[in-house]
Design a protein around this ligand. Structure first.
Ligand SMILES: [Zn+2]
Length: 500
């Protein structure tokens, strides 16, 4: 059990994503979690003597290799000023220096807090790893929310496991699945005929994709045809016009028109995905005001578990459901052939499965019909490796139930005692101990740890040259500056009302 001494919303977000049991009772706590200045501290005692000599230092990213318990992290963007303990001994920053301090028993120090790393809302172009050839890039969240969460979870797991205590959390996918696979399509300007062609792929797998419709492209006559065509699919709203405004009012107007058009299709969407994966306060607030349950924008988060963004000191009610942000168009731009594309996505799926996390990929109808072999192969591979498929809406609904679950647990003498407020067959608890993993149903009960069905964790090795994706050549820096400048110019023009 975890006791939080002085949590903020950002730390709570991470612990809720992980689904770890938090207690209000100091007596039953196995670990005390503190926010101390710019550091996050785990301690066995309620009042740790954590006066460690630290040095303030900017850190762009860290990599973790050959540290037990720190697996499947790959590269984690940090992008903040950190207070690194003088005797840090785990991980490696972009400057080649150790990052996390652990004394092997009583105290562990992560040199930045979730607040420092996660509060940033900006976005930037980032490259995604491939072994050979040009790395694809996309404009995504500057913050690596998934990476920061995994770093904190791995630290917590190490801290507990070193004391022979298991790291216990809710599973990241519905009960019975190790991972789960989903596919999202943003219809953009695709005509009905192209959408019809794409549909043969999910139909051949008996699968529902999640279709985010751009409604300005749907004529009144086509509306009922759309409804019929996509009757077995999960249909949600991409936008009316393919634009994101810098103010709340016009975003509401645009999405209100989208909702009206979807009413003609007899549909009431609960999910939404903004054009270009763009996310900021104005669009998030518009979605909340229109009553959407979830949205999916990689300028907020990518390759991560769902969460509720913190806006003006409170959680936004619209759940964020992240996807992997690289679509086929980005792989084409990186000069990849079909085999390289398939290999790229297989690596993404394998990594998410090794992490026991869901895997959602996304694309557009025009590129899907250009590369049907690629899409068929990765969908088939995704379902096989992840265990089964789910639509984004079903997953968001499952996650909302997971958020409501409350449980406590106690470990003593190799016995695990679980007490859930209300049992739920769709949930499972995951027990991680010394690089082995076991699952138990989400019901109250007592288990002998030795009698659980343990399997070894799966570790995907971190490529030795992973840091190349954050190498910034002058040309890359200039490209990023120009991108940002164009974005600011566009927002300024829109705020002036000068929109064609
Ligand atoms: Zn779009």
């Amino acid at each position: 059990m975890i006791y939080l001494e002085n949590p903020d919303l950002y730390l709570k977000t991470i612990l809720e994503q992980e689904g770890v049991p938090v207690t209000n009772d100091k007596e039953s706590a196995a670990v005390f979690v503190f926010l101390k200045g710019n550091q996050l501290v785990f301690s066995s005692a309620p009042n740790p003597n954590a006066k460690l000599k630290s040095r303030s230092c900017p850190v762009r990213f860290i990599t973790v290799n050959n540290v037990p318990h720190f697996y499947n992290l790959q590269l984690v963007d940090i992008n903040c000023q950190c207070d690194i303990p003088a005797n840090a001994n785990l991980g490696q920053s972009d400057r080649g220096l150790p990052f996390v301090y652990y004394d092997g028993g009583e105290i562990m120090v992560i040199p930045c807090t979730p607040f420092l790393t996660l509060r940033h809302r900006g976005y930037q172009a980032k490259k995604f790893y491939v072994q050979q050839g040009r790395c694809p890039d996309e404009t995504v969240a500057r913050v690596d929310r998934g990476g920061v969460r995994r770093l904190i979870a791995a630290s917590l797991r190490m801290f507990l496991n070193q004391k022979n205590l298991p790291y216990i959390h809710l599973s990241y996918a519905p009960a019975g699945c190790r991972s789960i696979f989903g596919f999202r399509v943003d219809t953009d300007y695709a005509p009905l005929k192209i959408i019809e062609k794409c549909l043969t792929i999910p139909e051949s797998f008996g699968m529902s994709w999640t279709w985010f419709i751009m409604t300005s492209e749907v004529t009144v006559n086509e509306a009922p045809i759309f409804t019929k065509l996509l009757s077995d699919q999960d249909v949600q709203l991409h936008c009316h016009y393919h634009v994101v405004y810098p103010d709340i009012k016009r975003n509401i107007a645009n999405y209100y028109n989208g909702l009206k058009k979807m009413m003609l299709m007899n549909l009431k969407p609960s999910g939404v995905a903004a054009p270009y994966g763009e996310w900021h306060r104005a669009i998030a607030t518009a979605f909340a005001k229109l009553g959407f349950s979830y949205s999916s924008e990689f300028c907020y988060a990518y390759d991560d578990l769902p969460s509720r963004p913190v806006i003006e000191g409170t959680y936004n009610p619209v759940l964020q459901v992240p996807v992997h942000p690289i679509s086929l168009g980005r792989l084409i731009a990186a000069g990849m052939n079909e085999d390289a594309m398939i290999e790229y996505y297989k690596n993404i799926i394998d990594l998410q499965v090794a992490r026991n996390e869901p895997c959602f990929l996304y694309d557009h109808p025009q590129t899907i019909i250009r590369f049907p072999r690629v899409i068929k192969e990765i969908v088939e591979y995704g379902i096989r490796q992840c265990g089964r498929w789910i639509s984004m809406t079903q997953f968001a609904e499952w996650w909302a139930k997971r958020e409501k679950s409350k449980y406590q647990c106690r470990v003593s003498e190799q016995n695990l005692e679980i007490e859930v407020t209300e049992s739920n067959p769709e949930l499972e608890l995951v027990i991680e101990l010394n690089e082995f993993i076991a699952r138990v149903p989400y019901v109250s009960g007592k288990y002998s740890l030795t009698a659980l069905n343990w399997t070894p964790v799966e570790k995907k090795s971190c490529p030795a040259d992973i840091a190349k994706i954050r190498h910034e050549t002058p040309a890359w820096k200039l490209k990023n500056h120009l991108r940002r400048f164009r974005q600011q110019l566009r927002d300024l023009r829109m705020l002036g009302g000068d929109l064609e």
